[in-house]
Design a protein around this ligand. Sequence first.
Ligand SMILES: Nc1nc2c(ncn2[C@@H]2O[C@H](COP(=O)(O)OP(=O)(O)OP(=O)(O)O)[C@@H](O)[C@H]2O)c(=O)[nH]1
Ligand SMILES: [Mg+2]
Length: 364
Amino acid sequence: MIKIQPSTDLDPWEIPGALVDDLSDPSNGNLISTVSGAKRVEEKHGTGCTVSENTETNAQKSVKSREVASTDEFSQLSTASRPSESDAEDIGEKEDILYNVAEVTEEGQRIIIARGGEGGLGNVSTSKDSRKTLTAKAGLTQDISNADDYDSDHSSLSAAGLPGSETVLLLELKSIADVSFVGMPNAGKSTLLGAISRAKPSVGSYAFTTLRPNLGNLNFDDLSITVADIPGLIKGAHQNRGLGHAFLRHIERTKVLAYVLDLAAALNGRKGIPPWEQLRDLILELEYHQEGLSKRPSLIVANKIDEEGADKVYDELKRRVHDVPMFPVCAVLEEGIPELKAGLKMLVNGEVSCGLCLDQILLA
Ligand SMILES: Nc1nc2c(ncn2[C@@H]2O[C@H](COP(=O)(O)OP(=O)(O)OP(=O)(O)O)[C@@H](O)[C@H]2O)c(=O)[nH]1
Ligand SMILES: [Mg+2]
């Protein structure tokens, strides 16, 4: 059974490509142990690339972890991915280990994840003459009539070479953007992306219109910002409800979070949830997925301000949520967009920095 856990210790803004520094701490999110009898080597390779490793004892795990974290990627990885037969036999209870190998984020970036085998010399290297010479050098007094038996043994040693290491990689694609629109389904994220950029994402009056992130560019005279419209998140997304894992991982690489809240979700008899509760649920999902994720510079987009009664909801939202920039917009009519763009630019530039936490929300 392969368990996939997103990387928690790789800072998405650090230069990628290096191996995870310390995998030996069992509390590290990159090491997951699951009981399994099967002997296998598996790798999960995201842009955080995770290797889910072979079956081992805890002691072996820590040894291997140190090995993988060492500077010799090439040899250590292949060592790690091919434990000896005797080791494997010694193991009573076997465990799978999963960890990230590397992040691949630059064009042309190369990493070695499995070593090729030692090339064999081939049959040519074991011609009869050379075999006789070798036999003589070895001081063997073997009768020439028995030479063929010896030859076959000898050639199998020198001609076959050694097998390479084997790995199974799981590749995980994570979008890279300066800003992510995070919101419940139907909040208007795609509409908003279309309003602030030239992107033309699909919009629909039903949940999960967007299933893959849409990217758009926000161009200023001196700056270009990439914005990702992330598919809608629902409560329980961190447990993969509504394909939550696939969507949440795209947020890991984002510098700035823009929470898109639907002011009209619970208006006029609709059964949606009020925007402050949407915000709480979104923050919780991000934190469950990866601790600290919601601490990134954030702002709130209060969308659908055009709807009847939405202005009152907006006032209530301002009363309940503190110390974070808030922008009332109507994405369909492109109202409030210039102010929002300026706010995003300030956050991306680092001119202001305000993360969000549950303490800033008054829920009662
Ligand atoms: N009244 C009003 N409706 C809006 C506004 N923005 C978006 N909508 C409508 O809300 C619905 C959902 O819009 P989308 O942009 O597809 O929402 P989404 O957040 O991308 O939804 P998912 O892709 O399912 O996550 C559509 O019917 C939009 O026309 C707005 O500012 N005002
Ligand atoms: Mg959408």
